[in-house]
Design a protein around this ligand. Sequence first.
Ligand code: ZN
Length: 192
Amino acid sequence: MNVLDALKIRSDSKCELCSAENELSVFEVPPVSTGGLDGSMLVCAHCLVQIEGDVAMEANHWRCLNDSMWSEHEAVKVVAWRMLSRLKEEGWPKDLLDMMYLEDETLAWAKATGEGLSEAEKIIHRDANGAILENGDNVVLIKDLKVKGSSMVAKQGTAVRRISLDRENSEYIEGKVDGQQIVIITKYVKKS
Ligand SMILES: [Zn+2]
């Protein structure tokens, strides 16, 4: 069964945020590392354009989160948390956020896009030249690096494809070198 059909069954063919029944599509909740059913949700076009930031937030529309924030699906909870964070200046979303409970792992996912954080609080990864790094970027090592816990040395000039960012620490990224997943310090890489 494809993800769309599975989501329709899960949601009874309704937007998982506002229960609308029209113009439904699959929304893969970023950063898309999970994907599949657990990393996706069914949303209506009205919710989607606001989630994606293409139009201004309509605060009253999001009263629907009163119900959907209690969803049993992590992807839905994550998006509810992000929308409430975006609207918290309104007051009532802040109250709902305070009531919400997310497991540590889910909360880390919710925070991964920097939603609801001030510029100063955001964790931004930068390479040796100050260029911003994102999940999925390719980088090159700019010096030989000893790999912790092994005798391996990752050589200067080694390309590391599709890095992932450490969500807690802006100095660390992870990537595969010679088939082995290693932690790399951002100041020793250059975006390619
Ligand atoms: Zn909706």
